[in-house]
Design a protein around this ligand. Structure first.
Ligand code: TMP
Length: 236
């Protein structure tokens, strides 16, 4: 398949057209941002790791009945995916209080939540991705009620599958962010990425951060932590 013109450049990835109108090529960068672009930097090797980790997790989720946009990994940093229209929502799933939830509710980071929390943010950088609820989503037509039901049900299922899968490699899944897309026929599929950029991964025993919080909070060691996640998930 031919890599054609660039369609889009985001903070962590570039998207290119291909000679198949239903397939696009995603190219993962090492660029890292935090705080809606306020902090910028590089995490060496991140693009390769996020590409490979995302693809491995998406393939695993497909086998458990979650439809995804994944088609084929074609190089260390490049993957072919189904072309979708992104649903303009960030879907956040939380098992343990951390980050913005810990701050908002005054809970110490690491407090186990009594039940899983699902949050939606409206994807709009200029507005700082504000949190919205089902009523806002219906009112601004970000997704239909039927789509949101599917999105919520997939998100809870993904949480169950990923939590169990990561536990086996001594990673506790604290929280994570998902994005979904619509295929041309309207089918909802999981899109974007699942990586240390978009998840909080804590070592099950030491509770050490194995994710982008090391970068966001200037703690250091992010390159090694990303490598460690890849090693635990892919054995290298
Ligand atoms: P938060 O605690 O900052 O709201 O983040 C919750 C989870 O969602 C955390 O795993 C990081 C992820 N996330 C993203 O991937 N992108 C974002 O823009 C935000 C705000 C969070």
């Amino acid at each position: 398949m031919k890599k054609l013109e660039q369609l889009y450049e985001g903070k962590a990835k570039k998207v290119f057209a291909t000679d198949d109108p239903e397939i696009v090529l995603v190219d993962y960068k090492d660029d890292a941002t935090a705080g809606n672009g306020a902090k910028k930097g590089t995490i060496r090797g991140k693009g390769v790791i996020n590409n490979r980790v995302t693809n491995s997790l998406m393939k695993m989720l497909e086998t458990k009945g979650i439809p995804t946009h994944f088609v084929e990994e074609i190089s260390e940093r490049e993957t072919l995916v189904k072309k979708v229209t992104i649903v303009p929502l960030e879907v956040i799933v939380r098992n343990v209080a951390a980050g913005s939830l810990a701050k908002r509710l005054g809970l110490p980071e690491g407090t186990k939540l009594k039940s899983t929390v699902l949050e939606y943010c409206y994807k709009d950088d200029a507005l700082g991705d504000p949190m919205v609820n089902e009523y806002h989503i219906a009112a601004i037509e970000a997704a239909t009620k039927a789509e949101l039901d599917i999105i919520a049900s997939y998100s809870f299922k993904i949480n169950e599958i990923l939590t169990a899968y990561l536990k086996d490699v001594n990673i506790e899944l604290i929280d994570f962010k998902l994005e979904y897309g619509r295929l041309a026929d309207g089918t909802i599929v999981l899109a974007d990425e699942i990586s240390p950029d978009t998840c909080r991964f804590w070592d099950s025993i030491t509770h050490q951060h194995l994710d982008k919080d090391l970068f966001r909070r200037d703690l250091g060691g992010e390159e090694e932590a990303y490598q460690e996640v890849m090693k635990r998930l892919l054995g290298e």
